[in-house]
Write a protein that binds this ligand. Structure first.
Ligand code: ITT
Length: 194
């Protein structure tokens, strides 16, 4: 089995979630910073998959060891999938939720469907890239609720709660990142054994 993977991210929240999902499986996820890699590649892809590959490739070129990168975002049906791959750039942190609520203020309940998507690119020790995706379906609420999580979690409703009202374990069970990570894990188990 593979025991150590570098995560190509500068987002501490993603790192925390990835560590929590993969550590019970015996995989230690370390940040690119802790691996001594400093880079912030230009995420100019048109899809989550393209951007995940760009980030993983940039870190692998420097670290030369197995790397994962996560590209993810929120796609809102009535906004034709926006902010999508531009989710990080939609507004500064702390203003993302209020800007989205404002854009959605006249949208009725039945048209507030949205989903989070995550693509994980894994580059193995031979430099080969494999991708895994996950989705989390839900709705945009009417106000920010909850203090856990990050990004759009306080306005993303799944069932009767926002993701920010869930514990880390609850969120990981249903989240786009959790789903993609579990696919990655299945692949690692098949390829590297127990
Ligand atoms: P790295 O590129 O360094 O990994 P980033 O935050 O810039 O970090 P992305 O380009 O993938 O990452 O942008 C994804 C954005 O989508 C992220 O900044 C959040 O605003 C949002 N997002 C992704 N996953 C989320 C989640 O689980 N909960 C809430 N918001 C999320």
């Amino acid at each position: 089995m593979l025991y150590r993977i570098v995560m190509a991210t500068n987002n501490q929240n993603k790192l925390r979630e990835a560590k929590k999902i993969l550590s019970p499986l015996g995989i230690d996820v370390i940040s690119q910073k802790d691996a001594g890699v400093h880079c912030d590649p230009n995420e100019n892809g048109q899809t989550f998959e393209e951007n995940a590959k760009i980030k993983a490739g940039a870190v692998y070129d420097i670290a030369k060891q197995p790397v994962i990168a996560d590209d993810s975002g929120l796609c809102v049906d009535i906004l034709d999938g926006r902010p999508g791959v531009y989710s990080a750039r939609y507004a500064p942190d702390g203003e993302k939720c209020s800007k989205l609520l404002d854009e959605m203020k006249d949208i009725p309940d039945e048209k507030r469907m949205a989903y989070f998507e995550c693509c994980i690119a894994f580059i193995d020790e031979n430099g080969e890239c494999h991708t895994f995706s996950g989705r989390c379906e839900g709705k945009i609420g009417y106000e920010e609720k909850g203090t856990n999580g990050f990004g759009y979690d306080p306005v993303f409703v799944s069932g009767d709660k926002t993701l920010a009202e869930m514990s880390a374990d609850e969120k990981n069970k249903i989240s786009h990142r959790g789903a993609a990570m579990r696919e990655l894990y299945k692949y690692l188990k098949e390829s590297y054994g127990e």
